[in-house]
Design a protein around this ligand. Structure first.
Ligand SMILES: Nc1ncnc2c1ncn2[C@@H]1O[C@H](COP(=O)(O)OP(=O)(O)OP(=O)(O)O)[C@@H](O)[C@H]1O
Length: 254
């Protein structure tokens, strides 16, 4: 599946946050989105996840318009994590992932109340899948623990497990390494690569350009609402326009 922004512009009052931005996010690829403060990254992210309706242009998932409604976008296959952790702190890690799984299950209220065999079977399958996602992110043994008692890095992995449980075609990660130490960052890199290898399109916004250039298959650079340049990391990080506009010569040449 490919998520596309087609000539997207977004204005807030008189302020142009995005100006004619086009990008394509295919499966089997980790796409990075970087840019200086105020470049429009979060605004683009919000358009791609259905939180904002662009002022003009279109967001398409495999050629079909994506609803400007986060719940519908999620059901359509676009999942996200947030800059700030948004778990249910008192619930177990497993139950947090089950919440993600339930976005996919079509059991009505009546079925839940009656607790019939169909419902029980579907719940058992959901629990199995939730356990599998916990294993996948490296939290297999922690399923019973309240989310709040997990280490910070583990809470971020739990958020990713919850997003994966909804069977996304595209996973959008907003600053997934914010506040992490070097080891946790390396672990998250490996996890994101494993997600890509499942065929899921991954989009990462990060301020840590070193992380983006070493992780991503393709990088887009936004500057003042416009897409300045995109390409493989090796090309983008040495592009003089990027060095001048965003990174500063010394940073980018590292
Ligand atoms: N809801 C809003 N209302 C008004 N202006 C907004 C709104 N959201 C963003 N903006 C403005 O749009 C521009 C782009 O902001 P955005 O947050 O998308 O940039 P960013 O690249 O994510 O920045 P940062 O790296 O600092 O998070 C900024 O000038 C910002 O002030």
């Amino acid at each position: 599946m490919t998520l596309t922004a087609e000539r997207v512009s977004m204005t807030f009052g008189g302020l142009v946050a995005l100006d004619d931005v086009t990008l394509a996010v295919p499966g089997n690829r980790i796409t990075g989105l970087i840019g200086p403060n105020g470049a429009g990254k979060t605004t683009l992210f919000n358009c791609l996840t259905g939180l904002y309706a662009p002022t003009s242009g279109r967001i398409l998932l495999d050629g079909r318009p994506l609803a400007a409604d986060p719940a519908q976008a999620m059901r359509g296959g676009v999942a996200r994590t947030f800059q700030n952790i948004r778990l249910f702190p008192g619930m177990s890690a497993l139950d947090n992932v089950l919440v993600g799984r339930h976005t996919r299950i079509k059991q009505g209220l009546l079925a839940a109340l009656l607790h019939g065999p169909g419902f029980r079977k579907s719940e058992a399958a959901a629990t199995e899948r939730a356990r599998a996602e916990l294993e996948f992110v490296g939290l297999g043994p922690e399923g019973h623990m309240p989310a709040r008692s997990l280490a910070y890095g583990d809470q971020r992995r739990l958020e990713i497990a919850r997003a994966l449980a909804g069977d996304p075609a595209v996973l959008m990660l907003d600053e997934p390494t914010a506040g992490m130490n070097g080891t946790e960052t390396a672990d998250i890199s490996a996890l994101i690569t494993a997600i890509r290898d499942r065929g899921i399109a991954v989009v990462v916004i990060e301020h840590d350009t070193k992380f983006i250039f070493s992780l991503c298959d393709h990088v887009y650079v936004l500057v003042r609402g416009r897409m300045l340049v995109d390409g493989p990391p090796a090309t983008v990080r040495t592009d003089p326009r990027v060095i001048e506009a965003y990174l500063g010569a010394t940073e980018c040449s590292k």
